[in-house]
Design a protein around this ligand. Sequence first.
Ligand code: FDA
Length: 288
Amino acid sequence: MGKKMSGRFVAGMSVEEALAACQRVNKEGIAVSLDSLGESVTTEAEARTSADIYHQLLDAIHTRGLNANVSVKLSQVGMDFDPALAERIVGEMVEHAAHVQSFVRIDMEGSPYTEATIAMTERLAAKFPGAVGTVLQAYLFRTEGDAERLLNEGIRIRLCKGAYKEGPEIAFPAKSDVDSNYVKLMRRMVTFSNPTTGKGVFCGIATHDEAIVEQMRAFVREHNIDKSAFEFQMLYGIRRDLQHRLTAEGFGVRVYLPFGPEWYPYFMRRLAERPANVIFLAKNFFKN
Ligand code: FDA
């Protein structure tokens, strides 16, 4: 039953199912970030198994000419018990991605990982410029500084609101403050220009919040910002109407496409974000 219910947000259990879903999404003019679900592994063998799937994905992206990259969580490749191992494993993925002109996005997990994730991204980006980026969360107070840090290093940022439970000493407790910070940061990201090179940094505006999407569209129009400076990013199965509308208007849109048997924590976070999903999924389940 859980598997069936998660199908709305999870694109299948196997690599082949995920690649088929990726192809379908690509046909709609939408790019993809493939995420092999998994977090908090406890052995090197599990970490290596996760990594193998990512190498298969990168090969398939290359050979099948998919408009896709990959997203990975550090806790999925050993960060909790051997950070050096995690860095070696992600480094190999980034090197592979660089060879096939793809890209690795290191997802951002809870705040104990924030600094380590940013620092690792910086080290890998220094070795493979343009092939790796990370995610910043608008609910954290520190994010404004982190955004400046990464922008100045030319590292691509995906901006999201943040999906983990964080305390009021480090994160905005009020949703309205998170939203305002999000808008401030997204404006900064798309107008940033490196003082030495004059270059901007391509970034991902990851949200389903239509009011924020609206503000971005207006901002881009008013400031004559090229649509190629950024892309909107949304989760697979959420606000497909908005994804299609933005694509039709010529904006870049990327869908984050999770798959795999380890769907449970991902699925629970999506339900927690929007309790209405429980009703939606339950209705669907009983219909099928
Ligand atoms: P918000 O939660 O304010 O929702 C705005 C509206 O969007 C809702 O009213 C509803 O209509 C719709 N909506 C939002 N969530 C929905 C859902 N689950 N089901 C149905 N409708 C929904 N977080 C993180 O901490 N680390 C990460 O690496 C990432 N990565 C990431 C990638 C991408 C591409 C996206 C879109 C999001 C993430 N996130 C993430 C998750 C993010 O932090 C956040 O929890 C969710 O995107 C929900 O926030 P919104 O910006 O959509 O707005």
